[in-house]
Design a protein around this ligand. Sequence first.
Ligand code: B1M
Length: 213
Amino acid sequence: MEIDEKLKELADLLISGKHLETESLTKELIEMGVEPKLILDKGLMEGMAVVGQRFRDQQMFVPQVLVAARAMKFSMKIIDPLMVGEQNKSKGKILIGTVKGDVHDIGKNLVGIMLQGAGYEVIDVGTGISAEKYLEEYKKNKVDLIGLSALLTTTMLYMKDIIEYFKKEQINVPIIVGGAPLNKKFADEIGADGFGRSAYEAVHLVDSILHKN
Ligand code: B1M
């Protein structure tokens, strides 16, 4: 019971972006012998899910999202090295980036943090990424899935070019898309393998594509 309450407190600290308190409660939970995976799932991920929800409902704004993400990073620094062994081995390699012409990376970074938290190895190639660069990074890193992010109605159109480029090069890797101006209909129209409305949804989407059973 005490542990459940502390995990709830951890989620609340993360939501309010109190990074130092988040860090020290994470340490305390580890010292109490709580599994890092439980801290991640029941504390951090639940907190971030609330952050995503509140941002969508306009109850939270960009600066608050950023401080929550920072709090998550502080906690992850402690639990990451402890998450070793079979149970926590990587669930797959994901390449993420924001498309060419677009510098928005806050959402993409959140997606990266959440995927990492969910057990994926994330290769973040940054912003302004061309189809050629995605392909180069795909070949270099041999990833299982690619995630494209775009925040502008102009740059989201380039996602189609990327998907078509991969098809032309006969590279068969799942490509998912996300970003505020997108929707499922657009993702279907450009031939993407999925659309994530939020970082939280992105994790479920990747799980459903790479771990169907
Ligand atoms: Co820009 N900007 N901006 N901006 N900016 C928007 C997007 C805009 C809606 C503001 C507005 O006019 N109301 C507008 C776009 C309009 C349009 O296209 N129709 C806009 C504009 C116009 C511009 C400039 C052109 C402004 C200018 O210079 N005249 C310029 C463009 C520069 C460029 O990219 N070439 C520009 C610049 C900037 C800043 C640099 C100042 C800054 C970006 C800083 C940064 O990212 N490092 C910025 C910001 C911060 C915003 C707003 C305010 C916030 C975006 C954000 O970070 N949201 C935005 C207005 C708004 O949304 N209130 C705006 C928070 C983030 C957590 O949400 O990115 O949606 P989001 O990510 C979510 C989901 O979408 C999803 O998960 C995330 C977390 O839940 N998701 C994925 C995202 N990627 C995903 C990928 C997935 C799955 C899910 O799978 C791979």
